[in-house]
Design a protein around this ligand. Structure first.
Ligand SMILES: Nc1nc2c(ncn2[C@@H]2O[C@H](COP(=O)(O)OP(=O)(O)OP(=O)(O)O)[C@@H](O)[C@H]2O)c(=O)[nH]1
Ligand SMILES: [Mg+2]
Length: 400
């Protein structure tokens, strides 16, 4: 899974990326600090099943800390947008090409209004996050339209007058954009363009198709960043009128807490609503003050918001579930004795057989049945997995 971070210039995209991935990419209070994309690994947090099964787990590709399972997801931070980017202003919008494969987007916004439309620092409360969101979405849709236009020209040549195949041809042309054919069909229906020849689409047909497709294929939520400023409050109220989900966040605070935790100064897990200072830590006065500020702001919002945003994208917008495959249904281990070694993020309707195929091609091919470890019941190939399932797959190719 890939989550793309988009937004205006200088709103805190890279700070959010650092907060989520614990990387240290460059951030600064001026536009276009980021030019080349940054790729990293963030984690979604879920309650691990280890406590329910009363086992001590040793995950291989995820982490389990105090009963919380942290599962890796890929994240992408790109350059910021300014109005007119599609005409080459700022850094243009070609860099959005790197976001083609994103399954979902986090749209970072400066909710404090401390930057103007171009991303230059201004007095907090001066900038307007509503306007920022408007132009960023417009630029994104125009980028999508340009990408589609190129493909549509090719697609209409392929069609040879068979309009009923529009969605098939479009989906083949758009395969690099992580778009499903069903999403194309829905967009064609919603915009009433299903019966119109591709070659006669007007620019506004194309744009309205792109807006509809973007909402379906690139689900997005707004990270209302810099919520620590007092000027964020009225803007957060205004953002409630958006159809998109908005979560307040303070990326800078998350960076600080993760660093403090790594250095042993604090006890803090991403997503927690509080933190404890290590009584043995020798904190300087400025550090104490900074932490007091962080504490006040996470009391106000319940958390720094960063982990909540990743979780909402993964489990809310994308509707993913977590499933734990094991080889030994009694010890909950793999063949090497690792307890609950894997936690798979899967889309909601994944079946037991599809899980087998994901674990190993051969396991899928020889699939016989699966065991729901919790109930010890056998389930068939078409069994729809549920969040938190622990599953043993029995296959003609497995060892028994
Ligand atoms: N007060 C406050 N400042 C923040 C927060 N997050 C980021 N900043 C500051 O905002 C400025 C911009 O941060 P960046 O992460 O570089 O922003 P960006 O969106 O990646 O910027 P570009 O790459 O230039 O588009 C920096 O000075 C950060 O320290 C926050 O939660 N609160
Ligand atoms: Mg940046």
């Amino acid at each position: 899974m890939l989550i793309g971070i988009i937004g205006k210039s200088n709103v805190g995209k890279s700070t959010f990326f650092n907060a989520a991935t614990s990387q240290g990419v460059q951030t600064a209070n001026f536009p276009f600090t980021t030019i080349e994309p940054n790729i990293g690994i963030g984690y979604v947090r879920t309650k691990c099943v280890c406590r329910e099964f009363q086992v001590r787990d040793n995950p291989l590709h995820s982490m389990c800390i105090d009963g919380s399972r942290f599962i890796p997801i890929r994240m992408l931070d790109i350059a910021g947008l300014v109005p007119g980017a599609h005409n080459g202003r700022g850094l243009g919008n070609q860099f959005l090409d790197t976001a083609r494969e994103a399954d979902a987007l986090v749209h970072v916004v400066d909710v404090a209004g401390s930057t103007d439309l171009e991303g230059h620092a201004v007095g907090p409360g001066t900038g307007d996050p509503m306007k920022d969101i408007e132009f960023v979405l417009e630029e994104f849709d125009l980028w999508l339209a340009t990408t589609l236009k190129k493909n549509i020209e090719k697609a209409s040549r392929d069609l040879h007058g068979a309009p009923d195949k529009i969605s098939k041809v479009l989906s083949r042309q758009l395969s690099g954009l992580s778009v499903k054919e069903s999403q194309i069909v829905t967009s064609l229906n919603q915009t009433g363009l299903g019966d119109k020849k591709l070659s006669s689409w007007s620019p506004s047909d194309l744009l309205s198709f792109c807006q509809t497709l973007r909402k379906l294929a690139k689900p997005m939520l707004v990270a209302a960043n810099k919520a620590d400023f007092i000027t964020a409050e009225p803007n957060l109220v205004r953002l409630k009128s958006l159809e998109t989900e908005v979560i307040p966040c303070i990326s800078e605070a998350e960076v600080m807490l993760k660093l403090g935790s790594k250095n042993g100064m604090l006890r803090y897990l991403p997503g927690d609503s509080s933190f404890d200072i290590n009584p043995k830590a020798l904190l300087r006065e400025d550090q104490k003050k900074a932490l007091a500020k962080v504490r006040a702001v996470i009391i106000k919002y319940g958390s720094t918001g960063v982990q909540q945003i990743l979780n909402r994208v993964c489990f809310g917008l994308l509707g993913m579930i977590v499933v734990y495959p094991v080889e030994d249904e009694n010890r909950l281990t793999d063949k090497n004795g690792n307890v609950l070694p894997d936690a798979y993020l899967l889309s909601k309707d994944t079946t037991a057989k599809e899980l087998a195929e994901k674990v190993h091609e051969q396991l899928g091919k020889g699939f016989l049945y699966a065991i729901d470890v919790r109930s010890k019941q056998r389930v068939g190939a078409e069994y729809k997995l549920r969040d938190g399932d622990v599953i043993k797959i029995v296959s003609a190719t497995s060892r028994r």
